[in-house]
Design a protein around this ligand. Structure first.
Ligand SMILES: O=C(O)CCc1cccc(O)c1
Length: 547
């Protein structure tokens, strides 16, 4: 029971196949209705794939879970029609401040430039986020079959399907799927049942995570303290969430007793030392965690595709958990749709693992470095940490070495086999190279102000920058192919999209004729200085593993 939130209960409904005892096969079953599983299901529905979601619970996530959602995750949820309510309910922020003792060491701005639809970050309790996703799933009608109180208790992979044994209040029944997306969290039962090693590092430190309700006048910023007077020799992190709920993470040290540290007798004095004896607050939630960073070596195991914490686990510093999980499904579902429709070979799904395993390695590396910096384990690493903080107070170069958690950004798929490399003659700036997620920009469509990413949607697009004559190129049947490529023109004064501010041109290093092939997950597959339908078709084929 929380002060600011009442947990909904979703009804258990016995399925037709359990009632009749008839075994059915579904195209896609998602296991787990957390942020990643629900996003996977929404993406399936958007791509016209009927999807069943199985969740062992009948409510949203309880407790101190994800807080910070990054711009890229919001862009994905925009594509799925549900970012608006999240941003409206959440706390928008972009400034981080790093303190040492009582002094501000430096501050950073995660999105200094204007001209993006979505902010650098919002903070929102995970249960609010999940409710929005569930509401969106309901709004899509029967495309998403969301089944509560359905616990997967067995899995038997076969060559052309996966058999799941599912336990409900009415007993156990079998169900088959062409493909299973395993989003069942860090303690994934599916990963366990398949005997897959989940290797990495557990950090020898403990953190008290407290959600506190208070009227406070801290700004909507990320504040991180090294060695503050109210919590000596340790670190503290503060974030504002919706409904005046504040997330405070206290580093406790390895010797801390997790059970004792959770008691109000220990927690309340800690909070009073931080907030001042006169600041009234209520405790919303308290927990003590030990963090770990680990991942699967392969996210694809036959017809079982792992995503989110089931595939990779990071420490919370940098907010790379849910944010990278949502990027997993963004990468996966369009590929699954093409494979299920017979337009792309099964091998396209190997690229899901290739691209997202590389992204997870990047996230793990960054998260591990942050955690090592925050919790130095040897005298030498503490001395390095303290010297870096000393320097950073006065010398800007040293600030780049301070690591209080580098915040989540999408990892580019620079080495992906799906990319068509730039031709030397095409000379482009590096920023939007193949494998990079598309930058947003303000544009006008049919006289109405809008955004580039909204115009891209979730299909293959040839984004073509017009010359002065404004003539659209002949697309030679690209739009009618089995995997269509839709040409979208951008001009300074005319075209499908008008780039009046010039930001799309600038961000895409575009001149007259410049053409980008954009994948359905809004990543650049290829780019050229001219529009050539044959090269676009070849790059599209490469982007779906057909060549
Ligand atoms: O600001 C950060 O680096 C992450 C904040 C965060 C994310 C998830 C859980 C948590 O307790 C803090």
């Amino acid at each position: 029971m929380l002060n600011t939130y009442q947990f909904p209960t979703f009804p258990y409904v016995q399925s037709e196949e359990q009632r009749t005892g008839q075994r059915v096969r579904k195209p896609v079953i998602v296991v787990g209705a957390g942020p990643v599983g629900l996003t996977a299901a929404l993406d399936c529905a958007h791509h016209g794939l009927p999807v069943v979601v199985l969740d062992d619970n009948d409510t949203v996530s309880v407790g101190s879970r994800a807080v910070c959602y990054a711009k890229r995750a919001l862009e994905i949820w925009d594509r799925l029609g549900c970012a608006g309510p999240m941003v409206d309910k959440g706390v928008v922020w972009k400034i981080g401040k790093v303190f040492r003792d009582e002094r501000l060491v430096y501050q950073f701005d995660l999105l200094p430039e204007p001209g993006h639809k979505r902010p650098a970050f919002i903070n929102l309790q995970q249960y609010h986020l999940e409710e929005t996703l569930i509401g969106r799933a309901a709004a899509l009608g029967n495309r998403i079959d969301l089944r509560w109180k359905h616990r997967v208790v067995g899995i038997a992979p076969a060559a052309d399907h996966v058999l799941l044994e599912v336990e409900t209040p009415d007993g156990v029944f079998p169900i088959e799927a062409d493909w299973v997306i395993a989003c069942d969290g860090a303690r994934s039962g599916l990963r366990e049942a398949l005997g897959l090693p989940f290797e990495g590092q557990a950090f020898q430190d403990r953190f008290l995570i407290a959600d506190v309700v208070m009227q406070a006048d801290f700004p909507a910023e990320r504040w991180f303290w090294f060695d503050p007077p109210f919590h000596r020799n340790q670190s503290v992190l503060l974030h504002m969430q919706a409904d005046n709920v504040w997330r405070i993470d206290f580093q406790l040290g390895w010797d801390a007793d997790p059970e004792e540290e959770k008691t109000p007798e220990r927690v309340i004095p800690r909070l009073k030392r931080m907030l001042g004896a006169d600041t009234p607050f209520d405790l919303e939630w308290v927990s003590v965690y030990q963090f770990a960073c680990r991942q699967l070596d392969d996210f694809r195991h036959g017809r079982v595709l792992f995503a989110g914490d089931a595939a990779h686990q990071v420490s919370p510093f940098g907010a790379r958990g849910a944010n990278s999980g949502v990027q997993d499904t963004d990468n996966l579902v369009w590929k699954l749709k093409l494979v299920l429709d017979g337009h792309a070979p099964d091998a396209l799904l190997d690229s899901y693992s290739t691209e997202r395993v590389a992204a997870a390695r990047d996230n793990l590396r960054t998260s591990t470095r942050s955690t090592d910096f925050i919790t130095p384990k040897t005298a030498a690493s503490r001395a390095f940490r303290d010297a870096t903080l000393d320097l950073a107070e006065h010398l800007p170069f040293a600030r780049t070495l301070v690591n209080s958690g580098r915040l989540s950004r999408p990892t580019p798929y620079r080495d992906s086999p799906l990319n068509t490399p730039d031709a030397d003659a095409d000379a482009f700036a590096d920023a939007m190279a193949p494998g990079t997620n598309c930058a947003d920009a303000p544009v006008t469509r049919d006289g109405t102000a809008g955004w580039l990413l909204d115009a891209l949607g979730d299909r293959f697009v040839a984004l073509h920058f017009l010359g002065d004559d404004g003539a659209a190129p002949a697309s030679d049947g690209l739009a009618d192919a089995d995997i269509p490529v839709t040409t979208v023109t951008v001009g300074r004064r005319g075209g499908d999209l008008v780039d009046a501010e010039g930001l799309a041109h600038a961000r895409y290093d575009a001149a007259a004729g410049t053409t980008y092939l954009i994948r359905p997950d809004q990543y650049v597959a290829a780019r050229w200085r001219t529009f050539d339908p044959a090269r676009i078709a070849a790059a599209r084929d490469r982007a779906v593993a057909r060549t």
